[in-house]
Design a protein. Structure first.
Length: 179
């Protein structure tokens, strides 16, 4: 009896991509359906990727300083080894913190998650309407607008990164000249 219950639970579990597919499956226009499919799946995959990266980097950047503190307190009598481990661990923390900052995992995760949820919402609203060419055209317009807004936010993040890079480069050049 429990095997049947387990089988039913496995069958009832669907992935987010499968759930998303149910929202666009009935769109008759092949080009529109494929556009929605490919962009939606892209946002879902990238939102999941950046969520995982954000959590992994964040957990590492929290745990390693605790390890450093514990080693420093508990490792009396092994000063040279402690110094090496502390230095390496500190370097890893610095690297992970830099990766969190430069990859903007948290921001990208929320941006992509927000975009796919808005797309799902529009598709759900569309499925409740009479499916006319005019309604499909409105849907396409709304979805393209959502994706364009996301792209503009992404581009703004990239421009901020470029401005920061230029600022760091200018500061470095000035220090070299003054140095």
């Amino acid at each position: 009896m429990s095997e049947t219950t387990d089988d039913n639970q496995k069958k009832s579990k669907t992935t987010e991509i499968e759930e998303f597919e149910s929202l666009y499956r009935n769109i008759q226009n092949d080009v529109v359906r494929e556009r929605i499919k490919s962009t939606g799946e892209w946002y879902i995959r990238h939102a999941k990727l950046y969520k995982i990266l954000f959590y992994v980097f964040s957990i590492i950047s929290i745990v390693l300083p605790l390890v450093i503190s514990s080693i420093n307190v508990l490792g009396t009598g092994h000063e040279n080894e402690i110094r090496v481990v502390t230095t390496i661990t500190s370097a890893i923390v610095s690297l992970i913190t830099a990766l969190l900052t430069f990859t903007k995992c948290g921001e990208k995760w929320t941006l992509y998650r927000s975009t796919i949820e808005m797309m799902k919402s529009e598709l759900a609203l569309y499925s409740c309407k009479k499916r006319t060419d005019e309604e499909l055209e409105k849907l396409v317009f709304k979805l393209e607008k959502i994706m364009n807004q996301e792209h503009n936010k992404w581009r703004k993040m990239q421009q901020e990164d470029e401005a920061l890079d230029e600022s760091i480069e200018d500061c470095t050049k000035q220090k070299i000249r003054n140095g």
